[in-house]
Design a protein around this ligand. Structure first.
Ligand SMILES: [Zn+2]
Length: 448
């Protein structure tokens, strides 16, 4: 088997850095996206390497790229997934031009250097190395770079699933979603591969009332009706739920520690778990990430009402960004919200809703990921998590694939905070570990 030691890693990183910097320079801010330019750039590299590649255009200037290394065996393919589009960047707030793709102080700087062009290049480079080293594969390895992830994926992964499902026939997928963190858990390095995601449910609440002159207020002011309703929602303590994902994590650790599955299941069903959760509630809820992982959440994100200082409007509205845990029912959630509001004058309407998604942890793929992470970072913990946000993984899980989200580098907290923020950057050290890990995951899972 080809091993990492036989590769000149300095040369690999130099080449990958050049590719990533050029990729960052292609501005794919979404909206509008313009992912076609990014896809054509990746296509050229694949063609140069003799890798089979196709572009699928979902609209003018919107495109998805699919490259494939063909395996000879009976095993189902794996997809290495990333997205081409990036979120916007305010140039004046950055230390460097966000679309200049510069290397400075051992970091690659630029919008997308982590999310998600960095991951895309780690995957592409792994594909290139497998091809150049003529590794025989027992399953196809598919590189999929999509459009439109940052606004929901309807023109990207969602469009591919609807229009080219046959091209995405695979068993496993590696995508963004989780990261490795330097000193992440109790000062210890930790990788947090994400195996599930909460489902967004965006709701518009509308209050209608009596319009009139601001000098003569009445009890039917739409703004008052809405504010009272929002006050009741704010004051409500959304219950802590262990949920399906916690059970999966516990079963995974039980399996690793050779604990009996039936004993653990009995424990989970017992009132003991509720008691433990009750006592953990206070401390866990203080951390906003843990809090989001353990309950359905409601965030008030928009308020729209009024147009003039002295006019009481007839209507006012609020948008709630609600996130539901795997296994939660949207219908029941909305019914509960209406009960909390308990005011017939408020209408609730769903604007967008995707189901939460979750993959099992007891798979060959997860075992390989864990083995490779431990091999290259023996000091690090591996802690599977649920992501509060959503990614393209949900489209593939819907198709029956097992999808995990992990940028497999050990990132500093500054690097993690730069995602969607200012001065997004990826250290060369992180980049190298990421490429090594993905390359080895492919070797361990796919080499025949
Ligand atoms: Zn992303």
């Amino acid at each position: 088997m080809e091993t990492i030691t036989s590769l000149d890693w300095d040369q690999v990183i130099e080449e990958a850095t050049r590719i990533l910097c050029d990729y960052i320079r292609i501005d794919t801010t979404n909206p509008p996206g313009n992912e076609l330019a990014g896809a054509e750039y990746l296509q050229k590299i694949c063609e140069r390497e003799g890798i089979e590649v196709e572009i699928f255009s979902s609209a003018a200037n919107r495109a998805n790229l699919l490259a494939r290394l063909i395996g000879n065996g009976p095993k189902e393919p794996i997809i290495l997934l990333s997205h081409i589009d990036v979120v916007g960047a305010e140039k004046s707030e950055w230390c460097v031009d966000p679309f200049a793709g510069v290397v400075k102080e051992e970091y690659i700087w630029g919008r997308g250097s982590l999310d998600c062009k960095g991951l895309g290049v780690m995957e592409l480079m792994s594909l290139i190395l497998l091809r150049r080293n003529q590794i025989k594969l027992k399953r196809d390895i598919i590189l999929l770079a999509t459009a439109d992830e940052e606004t929901g994926g309807e023109m990207g992964a969602g469009w591919m699933v609807r229009n080219h499902a046959e091209k995405l026939k695979a068993k496993f997928a590696l995508n963004e979603g989780g990261v490795g963190m330097k000193g992440g858990i109790g000062g210890r390095d930790a990788f947090a591969p994400c195996f599930g995601e909460k489902g967004p449910c965006w709701i518009r609440l509308t209050a209608e009332g009596l319009p009139g002159h601001g000098s003569m207020p009445s009890k039917d002011n739409a703004n008052d009706i809405l504010i009272n309703a929002l006050g009741r929602l704010q004051g409500y303590d959304y219950p802590l739920r262990g949920g399906r994902w916690i059970k999966e994590v516990l079963l995974y650790f039980a399996h690793k520690e050779s604990l009996s599955r039936s004993l653990l299941l009995r424990l989970l069903a017992s009132p003991l778990l509720s008691i433990i959760l009750f006592f953990l509630n206070g401390s866990l809820s203080k951390n906003k990430r843990f809090n989001a992982m353990l309950r359905n959440t409601v965030a008030l994100t928009n308020l729209r009402a009024g147009f003039k200082e002295n006019v009481i409007p007839s209507r006012s509205e609020a948008i709630l960004d609600c996130r539901l845990l795997p296994g939660a029912s949207t219908t029941r959630f909305i019914r509960d919200l209406q009960k909390i509001i308990s005011d017939q004058r408020i209408k609730a309407e769903i604007i967008k809703n995707y189901d939460a998604s979750q993959s099992p942890l007891d798979t060959e793929f997860f075992e390989v990921i864990e083995t490779v992470l431990r091999r290259n970072s023996p000091q690090a913990l591996v802690m599977p998590i649920l992501a509060p946000g959503f990614t393209d993984s949900r489209w593939l899980r819907e198709q029956g694939l097992v999808a995990y989200g992990l940028i497999p580098c050990l990132l500093s907290s500054e690097e993690i905070d730069s995602i969607h923020g200012r001065d997004e950057r990826l250290s060369l050290e992180s980049f190298k570990l990421g490429i090594k890990n993905i390359y080895e995951i492919c070797l361990d899972l796919c080499a025949s």
